[in-house]
Each structure stands twice: as structure tokens, then as C-alpha cells.
Design a protein around this ligand. Sequence first.
Ligand code: BV8
Length: 254
Amino acid sequence: MQYRIMEAAAIIGRSQRLVVLTGAGMSKESGVPTFRDEDDGLWTKYDPAELATPEAFQRDPRLVWEWYTYRREIVRQAAPNPGHYALVELEDLLPQVVVITQNVDDLHQRAGSSDVIPLHGAIMRSRCTADCRGGPTAFSSEAPVKDGLPRCPYCGALARPDVVWFGENLPAEALLRAMIVTQEADVMLVVGTSGVVQPVAALPSLAFRAGATLIEVNPNASAITSLAALWLDGPAGEILPQLVAAIRARRGGQ
Ligand code: BV8
């Protein structure tokens, strides 16, 4: 592995336009369960893809809110891990580090990454189901509650978590920018994603076809691994700090 880390450090250390694509595995070492791991929590009997949908919310808003309240508590207790901080350190070493994330926690932002494109929304934010102010009306998670369900503070309509559910479009501007920086990237570092959820899962092949070098950090193989020039098969919280240290070493310890 050490040799592959050195190789990856040489490639990333030369990058002028680095894009980092992260998934749930990035936050695993912060204690935030991934989507498809065998979680031993209350939710093993529910399939997230069944709960993270507008239909599920329509059918049983109370159950969906229970799930999101449970997950918000986990995110509240979580802290960025050394992997998140390593990505922040890369910003001192490279001209560009853009983080495209599928994660709905705010750990990249809390760690201090300065350019994050969240494509699946933010779990700690809520939004009005009636878009009462003429467009997505987002507000903090401390919404007023009526009949046990969070309400929009402006119009009283039912509130929902401000995340992108399966079957919903991604925020158009964020997705457009993600596609642009992906096509311009010279290196894409893909961290902690199984690479199954579209359209984000198409970004690595978009980068690859545009000539970028892909490097993957994931303890398991994923749908991306076949595109990667290097697969660093270990946990993000361990591998990413080693990558940064190797880049610094190549620069005489700067
Ligand atoms: C859309 C927010 C247009 C909510 C999420 C059939 C074929 C192809 C596509 C589709 C299809 N049917 C439907 C679709 C489209 C669908 C889709 O892709 N479905 C999949 C399941 C096939 N996509 C959509 O619906 C998207 N919208 O397409 O709009 C449209 C419009 C109308 C009708 C149709 C289409 C919206 C997708 C967004 C869904 N929302 N999250 C919430 O969080 O509550 S997705 C959810 O999955 C999370 O955001 C999560 O981040 C994301 C992706 O999963 P991963 O991040 O990869 O996480 P996962 O658990 O899978 O993997 C973790 C990885 O980490 C593993 O590889 C593991 O090995 C690794 N790991 C573990 N530990 C570590 C680690 N890595 C590093 N370090 C560690 N320590």
C-alpha cells in the first residue's frame, strides 16, 4: 500500500484542478452509518431507498420524520474525522480542491473545506412542502411542531428535510457546476462511495472520458474501481492523511 500511496501522492501533488467526489464512506469514521452497510440500528428493517422517497413521506410523514430525527441526532454528535481535515490541508498544497459530496451531513463544511458542492441537500436543514415563498423555502431544523410534525415557520404547511430523495431532481445549479468542474478536472479523487446512485455515479466516468486520472479511496471495490488508475483499499480517515503527508514529503516537508 505504501508504494501506491507514494504513486498517488505524485499524481495528486502535480494536480492543477483536483476534484474530490465523496460518499457516505467519507463520514463512516465520524460515526455516521453509510447507506448500504449492515447498520445494527433501528433501521435495519427499513431500506433507505424505501424511506428516502416522496412517496414514503406522502404515505407516512411521521415514520420518515422519525428516521431523519434519528439521523440528525447522529450527525449532531458526529465530528469531522482526519479524512475530512486531510482534504482541507490539500487546499494549502494545490491550486484547486473542489469537493463534490453526496453526503447530507455538514462534516466537510465543519472541517473547513472552502469549496463544497453538496448534491443531495443538507439533513440539518428543513424546507416548506408548499414552497410558500415562491421557491425552495429552507429554514433551520428547529421548525415549529404541530400534531407531532415539523411545520413551516412562514405558512404552517408540513416541513420536510431539505435533502434530495430518490426520484427527485438534484439542485440544478449545483449539478451543473459539478459537471463543469468534473470535465475540467485533471485528477478526480473518489472517496467512500459505492458508485450506484445516479446521476452522481456518472461523474467519475465523465471525468475519465475527459482525460482525468482517477484515484479511489475505499476499503471495498466499487462501481468506480475499474476506472481508477490507483485504488487505495483502506479507510478514508487513515489513507487521506497518509496521502497528504506523502505530498508534503515530496516537497521537502513544506
Ligand atoms: C434522479 C439524500 C432524476 C437522502 C440520497 C435505475 C437505474 C439507474 C438510476 C435509477 C434507477 N431507478 C431510479 C434511478 C435514479 C436513482 C438511483 O440512482 N437509484 C439507484 C439506487 C439505482 N437516483 C435518483 O432518484 C436521483 N434523482 O435521478 O433524478 C429523476 C427524476 C424523476 C424520476 C427518476 C429520475 C436522486 C438520488 C439522490 C438520493 N438521495 N441521499 C438522504 O440521505 O436521506 S442518496 C444516498 O446514497 C446518500 O446521499 C449516499 O451518500 C448516496 C450514495 O451512496 P454512497 O455515498 O455511495 O453510500 P453507500 O452506502 O452506497 O457506499 C458507501 C461506500 O463507502 C461503500 O463503497 C463502502 O465500501 C465505503 N466505505 C465504508 N467505510 C469506509 C468507506 N470508504 C472510505 N472510508 C471508510 N471508512
